[in-house]
Write a protein that binds this ligand. Structure first.
Ligand code: DQA
Length: 138
């Protein structure tokens, strides 16, 4: 069974409540249940933290065993060399995911420190971005 780790960064614990016009009105917990039903043949693991170093720690922890990592680093996407270095340091392929189309938004969201070290990026499909990322590993 493939093991796929989803990692969500800061403020993504508030999905469903946070700026619903941008991020939708579904909580991630409820969406995760749907994903687990849809991909019952996959071991789907989930971690969320608002703390940059905890995201780095999680990448180290799973990054040599997982078959794939789906990472939405939230705003750390645009700021974090530490997360980029962690992705470089591990062996599991990482897909960068964003719910919103960051290129339609403020210019500070147009640069990602992570895209260049990820296997690929899925951006702007709402929560469906995560499903597409899982499909890419299967
Ligand atoms: C986001 C986009 C980021 O710019 C933002 O800081 C987020 C969410 C997205 O999924 O669209 O927190 O990663």
């Amino acid at each position: 069974m493939k093991r796929i780790q989803i990692i969500n960064g800061p403020n993504l614990n508030l999905l469903g409540k946070r700026e619903p016009s941008v991020y939708g009105s579904q909580s991630f917990d409820s969406y995760l249940e749907e994903l687990k039903i849809r991909f019952s043949g996959v071991e789907l693991l989930y971690f969320q933290s608002n703390v940059e170093g905890e995201l780095v720690n999680k990448l180290h922890e799973v990054g040599f065993d997982a078959d794939g990592i789906i990472l939405n680093a939230g705003a750390y996407t645009h700021t974090s060399i530490a997360i980029a270095d962690a992705i470089r340091s591990i062996t599991a392929p990482v897909i960068e995911v964003h719910i919103s189309n960051v290129y339609q938004r403020e210019s500070f969201r147009h640069h990602s420190f992570l895209s260049g070290v990820c296997k690929g990026c899925i951006i702007g499909f709402g929560l469906d971005s995560y499903r597409l990322a899982i499909e890419s590993f299967l």
